[in-house]
Design a protein around this ligand. Structure first.
Ligand SMILES: Nc1ncnc2c1ncn2[C@@H]1O[C@H](COP(=O)(O)OP(=O)(O)O)[C@@H](O)[C@H]1O
Ligand SMILES: [Mg+2]
Length: 381
């Protein structure tokens, strides 16, 4: 039984068509921002919607929250249908038993830490019949959970960015929701803090067993935090998988290029020898053992990650495939690695190598990639 099920969500906005994106005629333009969005989230997962700005992440999240009404589709939380286009169910946001954390974490500056966290409970007080003492206990427990124990008397505005972010999280936790929705919650923080908060959020989420849907356009954040990622583009989910699956086995050019850095080569399948497909490309022969559904003569799009390229400064025995000679165009020392751009017969290859390497711009470089690191992408995508 999944904690959250989203099936076949569609959403269009009227009258906001951009040139070339309009559907319909005359003044009745409509822009489709969600096109058949479906996914399931299991209990305890941190499920991320990842995609470029404007691809429909927030619209999806707001539809789950009940802040936006989809045109069609179904949304189920635990076993309760909270939205159904067909059955005309559209439960109010405050009855969906979830909390939302936004980018602008909306700390109330005139309230202290305690009041910021107790607010959702005070709002529900007549309904949930909590005593003052019970509210105080729940607030302290929520503050403890995010490492802000003992700070309830502080002024919220005197806290650091990271503390305010945790305060927003405590406020989301205090009602003990089944589901927490987070929309770019770290993007207002500076880089250093954002990276440490990533790990902190992940630990907290695992420790408390929270089920969350997390929205971000930051692929590094998505890889670091998520149980699973749904990569979105233009209102559609392109691929769903674990961070490893998404990074190592992208199902399309879009995912390969949006998540991480990739080298893409195009060619034609020359022959297949057991596990290995030999592809002829303008850069030379390429052998891949990481392919599906290919036959001789098929066009093939190949994807190689920079860290899977080995760079030699002296020529190895020339291999029949997967060995290229090139010239170092640029090298950037980034501390934990050196990033090279190597020109191979007019194609720029991105290579990430050991930081102890000292390849100089203009020198020769010999590249090699193991066949299992040459991924074949569907050409159509
Ligand atoms: N209220 C609205 N009226 C018209 N268009 C909207 C509205 N809200 C969002 N959109 C459009 O829907 C698309 C998806 O928006 P959004 O879900 O906010 O994207 P994301 O969160 O992925 O950046 C965008 O093109 C945006 O301009
Ligand atoms: Mg958004």
């Amino acid at each position: 039984m999944s904690m959250l099920s989203v099936q076949g969500l569609h959403k269009s906005y009227r009258g906001t068509a951009e040139p070339g994106e309009a559907e319909g005629r005359g003044s009745h333009t409509s822009v489709s921002v969600l096109k058949d969005v479906s996914f399931d989230v299991e209990p305890g997962e941190l499920f991320t919607l990842l995609g470029p700005s404007g691809c429909g992440k927030s619209t999806t999240l707001r539809s789950i929250a009940g802040l936006e009404t989809p045109d069609t589709g179904e949304i189920t939380i635990s076993d309760r249908t909270v939205f159904s286009g067909r059955d005309r169910v559209d439960l109010e946001a405050n009855r969906r038993q979830l909390s939302m954390v936004f980018q602008s974490y909306a700390i109330w500056p005139h309230l202290n830490v305690f009041k910021n966290v107790s607010f959702p409970l005070e709002v529900q007080r007549s309904k949930n019949k909590l005593s003052k003492k019970q509210i105080a206990e729940k607030v302290e427990a929520a503050l403890d959970a995010v490492d802000l124990g003992g700070m309830s008397g502080r002024s919220a505005t005197k806290m650091s960015g990271g503390q305010q972010q945790r305060l927003a999280l405590a406020r989301a936790l205090v009602t003990e929701p089944e589901l927490i929705l987070l929309d770019e919650p770290l993007s207002n923080l500076d880089v250093k803090l954002r990276e440490s908060m990533r790990l902190e959020l992940k630990r907290l989420q695992q420790h408390l067993g929270l089920t969350s849907v997390y929205v971000t356009h930051d692929q590094g954040e998505a890889l670091a935090l998520s149980s699973r990622i749904a990569v979105m583009n233009k209102g559609e989910i392109i691929q769903v998988g674990t961070p490893r699956e998404i990074y190592q086995d992208p199902n399309s050019l879009f995912v390969a290029q949006f998540v991480g850095t990739s080298n893409v080569l195009n060619g034609t399948v020359e022959r297949i020898e057991g596990e290995t497909a030999i592809i002829g490309s303008p850069e030379g022969r390429v052998a891949s053992s990481s392919w599906r559904d290919l036959t001789v003569g098929d066009p093939a799009m190949l994807m190689i990650r920079p860290e899977d390229v080995t760079v030699y400064t002296v020529s190895e025995t020339p291999a029949e495939a997967n060995g290229w000679k090139g010239t170092v165009l640029a090298g950037a020392y980034i501390g934990e690695a050196v990033d090279y751009v190597v020109d191979v017969a007019g194609t720029e290859m991105n290579c990430r190598v050991d930081p102890r390497e000292h390849g100089r711009t203009g020198t020769e470089a010999f590249l090699h990639v193991a066949p299992n690191h040459v991924h074949v992408l569907p050409v159509s995508a």
